[in-house]
Design a protein around this ligand. Structure first.
Ligand code: CDP
Length: 218
């Protein structure tokens, strides 16, 4: 595998998605959102009325998932059992359970295998929680984006996602903080800063400033 990988990790709503997309566009690399795959599996589990806290049932359900990937306009897209998933994986019901599902070792093993295979399709900017630490420990460059919890809650609240319609900034902040706690404390591949990652606090930066800063560091 000789393609160049840039890893962008960080907590919820730290600006990873928008920055990673912008960076990939600027560099002419492909962009991949690893969190979308954990969200998609969580969506499938809930859609099948499986209890996300029942590890054995969650693991069993993985056998019924067929994931297909394709790259369109520099974005790695996926179909789960031939179905395209968009806004449904951003619902608050998914936010509520995704950190529980993503802590299951078998789920992570499967997703990491999918993520690594994306490196075969070209140079890649991939965002997530463990991209620099676990998925691509030899990535060419690693970035860890962070922002204050207030700023992150405001950003997520302003996004055009289903939960922002009915939740206050305070509720969004609680939901993010709950997920961050679970993601940082799990045994396997917890959210942490890779020793060789460059940390960027984006609290008072806009997207273009972050993209430019990363580009200047590359
Ligand atoms: O967009 P946001 O930052 O809110 O989250 P996301 O990137 O869509 O990730 C959703 C969830 O997937 C996270 O809260 C983690 O539980 C899980 N995840 C993970 O465990 N490892 C990754 N590399 C990416 C996401």
């Amino acid at each position: 595998m000789n393609n160049i990988i840039i890893a962008v990790d960080g907590p919820s709503a730290s600006g990873k998605s928008t920055v990673s997309k912008g960076l990939a566009r600027k560099l002419g690399y492909n962009y991949a959102d690893s969190g979308a795959l954990y969200r998609a599996i969580t969506w499938y589990i809930l859609d099948c009325r499986i209890d996300p806290n029942n590890n054995a049932a969650v693991i069993k359900s993985l056998d019924d998932i067929k994931m297909q990937f394709n790259v369109l306009n520099g974005v790695v897209n996926f179909l789960l059992n031939n179905r395209s998933l968009t806004s449904e994986i951003r619902a608050e019901s998914i936010n509520k359970y995704v950190s529980i599902v993503s802590a299951v070792p078998e789920v992570r093993e499967l997703v990491v295998k999918w993520l690594r295979s994306m490196a075969d399709c070209g140079n890649l900017v991939m965002e997530g929680r463990d991209i620099g630490t676990v998925v691509f420990p030899n990535a060419y460059k690693k970035f860890y984006l962070d922002a204050s919890s207030e700023e992150r809650a405001k950003r997520r609240h302003n996004e055009n996602v289903p939960q922002s319609e009915s939740m206050s900034v305070k509720e969004v902040k609680e939901s993010l903080s709950n997920r961050d706690k679970l993601d940082s404390s799990r045994k396997i591949a917890p959210l942490r800063i890779a020793s060789d990652a460059k940390v960027i606090d984006t609290t008072s930066m806009d997207i273009d400033q972050v993209v430019d800063k990363i580009a200047s560091l590359l």
